[in-house]
Design a protein around this ligand. Structure first.
Ligand code: BDR
Ligand code: CA
Length: 311
């Protein structure tokens, strides 16, 4: 089994990603670390626990991490995800406890304790927790098997500003630290997630599953569509975060390039933009496997398969 830590700010698409990971027999979710992003930390850590309980997995430890980005004030996305972060899905009061340890400490301890090269970090929100861990303990960088993150955009433009994608924009300084850390990085930018869109048929595949998880995932996508339809019209809602989990399971569904990715930290109009050296003209070493292509039907089928194993 591949050992992973999921760092997340749920978020309906985060929720579908977490459910898929918990349903995938090939993955061992060592823990879930929550970060402020789509909504405040108090909601994201609570939502992470609710999602574990949906999956029948109250044994998965959930840690709270950073309540705000490293340097900038927190920007949230209630306009997309609603006040709770999981609007559109019935929410309960979670019974499983929140762990006492800070998320960044959990990441550091786990990477030090487990054999080097065995733990994958899956980042589905702003990169604050990962950056804190890397700054506190630079020795963990060479021990990371791979960082697979949802964030960034180049060809598609931004979704929170014209130039920047939300996860990178919220904490661009954290993203900069992660992108320079030297560990192998795979990025799922809007350039690929905008090709992984829901449709009535694809939501139907999830809704048709004979379990609760399929219905909850379908509820999540239906809520996102309500917002995204204003922006993306008939083409359906991009399913961002679950692409990270799908990549771990079936990387052949995706296509991209090994490139240099840098984050804009000074621009007035372009703060948090990811600058992709697609043609290798900067001389800067490639630090990211940057994905732009996906077999969308294959991706949704894989999601349905993962969810089908849950209660
Ligand atoms: C990212 O921002 C969040 O709203 C989503 O959960 C996803 O992680 C997409 O830009
Ligand atoms: Ca997210």
């Amino acid at each position: 089994k591949r050992a992973i830590i999921i760092d997340t700010d749920p978020g309906q698409d985060d929720a579908v990603a977490i459910l898929a990971a918990l349903g995938a027999p090939q993955l061992d979710v060592l823990g879930i670390t929550a970060v402020a992003g789509n909504v405040a930390l108090a909601q994201t850590e609570r939502n992470a626990r609710i999602i574990c309980e949906w999956a029948g997995r109250p044994d998965v430890p959930v840690y709270a991490g950073a309540a705000a980005p490293l340097l900038r004030p927190l920007v949230t996305a209630e306009h997309v995800h609603g006040k709770t972060g999981l609007d559109g899905v019935p929410l309960h009061q979670p019974e499983m406890p929140l762990q006492a340890e800070h998320a960044a400490d959990f990441i550091v301890t786990t990477l030090r304790e487990r054999p080097a090269g065995t733990v994958t970090l899956c980042a589905l929100g702003p990169l604050t927790n990962l950056a804190l861990a890397l700054r506190m303990a630079p020795d963990i960088a060479p021990r990371i098997r791979e960082i697979v993150l949802m964030g960034g955009s180049y060809f598609e433009g931004g979704n929170i500003t014209p130039a920047a994608e939300f996860n990178i924009y919220v904490d661009p300084h954290a993203a900069d630290i992660v992108l320079r850390c030297g560990a192998p990085i795979v990025m799922m930018p809007l350039d690929v997630t905008h090709k992984a869109r829901s449709s009535a048929a694809r939501i139907g595949w999830l809704r048709a599953l004979p379990n609760r998880a399929g219905n909850l995932a379908a509820d999540c996508l239906t809520t996102l569509e309500r917002y995204d339809v204003q922006r993306y019209g008939e083409f359906g809602s991009p399913l961002h975060d679950p692409t990270v989990i799908a990549y771990l399971l079936q990387p052949q569904l995706f296509g991209g390039r090994q490139v240099n990715v840098s984050v804009e930290l000074a621009g007035e109009l372009t703060l948090g933009a990811t600058v992709i050296d697609w043609w290798g003209i900067s001389g800067r070493a490639a630090n990211v496997h940057y994905l732009t292509e996906v077999d969308a039907d294959g991706f949704f089928r894989l999601l349905a398969d993962c969810l089908s194993t849950l209660p």
